[in-house]
Design a protein around this ligand. Structure first.
Ligand SMILES: CC(C)(COP(=O)(O)OP(=O)(O)OC[C@H]1O[C@@H](n2cnc3c(N)ncnc32)[C@H](O)[C@@H]1OP(=O)(O)O)[C@@H](O)C(=O)NCCC(=O)NCCS
Length: 244
């Protein structure tokens, strides 16, 4: 197949898997230069963790991965540089392995805050950020992500974490459905647009704007983000799934 045919097949696969809205959203992200133009709209999500999570039985296919496995983790579907960046930041990685093949990975961030480029999101000491879950594209739709995340929650519960935070692009319906199944609910929606260093942010509170950069970032707390009305959009995505 020539390059045009391969690209067309990839677009068709994406459309079937994630739908038109998220395909267009990802195309915009890919085409724009992150230095000059950034635009993202995401749910900030949370999952309360209670002591009962410690009692979840261990899963035979799930374990923590080490840095030696960088190339195997990257083979699930991301560049080696991304995996190295995660380990450099001190993130920990859990993997789902079957018949000697890594099928999915789930990253947890142990630092006190998470950063989306020039936005810093704070958290309290008994909270933890999830930093991305990825399932091999040939293995999606089999419930691997919810099983993997349930084990990660078990590990977090055992180390005293009381709430897990994360973010999902609002059009990423597959991720919303997978994490809704685990028990996550949205706290609010964070929207940002940044053109040539000038940024605009909309979260639970009114719009704010300014010149922000990685060196002089804007800081947001969970109180800045909280907006119960976002549950309507979340439910529309999960109810659409129940209706199917
Ligand atoms: C989001 C993701 C982690 C979900 O993992 P998963 O193991 O497929 O999760 P599930 O099996 O619970 O599937 C979740 C939903 O996606 C749908 N889905 C995902 N991939 C699919 C595919 N290839 N074909 C059909 N349906 C698919 C499932 O049908 C399910 O929807 P449903 O509840 O209406 O049936 C996975 O799709 C993925 O790795 N996506 C790319 C990376 C990403 O977006 N990560 C999340 C960042 S927050």
């Amino acid at each position: 197949m020539d390059r045009y045919g391969t690209n067309l097949a990839r677009i068709r696969f994406r459309l079937r898997e994630v739908g038109l809205a998220y395909t267009l959203y990802l195309a915009l992200q890919r085409l724009s230069s992150r230095r000059f133009f950034q635009c993202q709209r995401m749910f900030i999500i949370a999952l309360p963790i209670d002591a009962a999570a410690c009692d979840v039985p261990p899963h035979p296919c799930i374990r923590e991965a080490t840095r030696d496995e960088t190339s195997r983790i990257a083979a699930i579907g991301g560049p080696v540089a991304d995996v190295e960046e995660h380990f450099d930041r001190g993130d920990r990685c859990w993997v789902f392995e079957r018949d000697g093949m890594l099928l999915a990975c789930d990253w947890i961030r142990h630092s006190a805050q998470d950063r989306i480029g020039w936005i810093i999101l704070g958290k309290s000491s008994d909270e933890i950020w999830s930093a991305g879950i990825l399932v091999d594209r040939t293995q999606r739709g089999q419930g691997i992500a919810p099983q993997l995340r349930a084990q990660v929650i078990r590990e977090c519960a055992r180390s005293g974490v009381r709430r897990m935070l994360g973010f999902i692009d609002t059009p990423n319906r597959n991720s919303v459905r997978a994490l809704d199944r685990v028990g996550y609910r949205p706290l609010g929606i964070l929207f940002y647009l940044r053109i040539f260093g000038f940024g605009v942010i909309r979260s639970g509170k009114p719009w704010r704007w300014g010149f922000w950069s990685e060196r002089s970032p804007v800081r947001l707390s969970m109180c800045d983000i909280a907006d119960p009305s976002c549950l309507r959009l979340w439910s529309a995505i999960t109810d659409e799934h129940i209706a199917r």
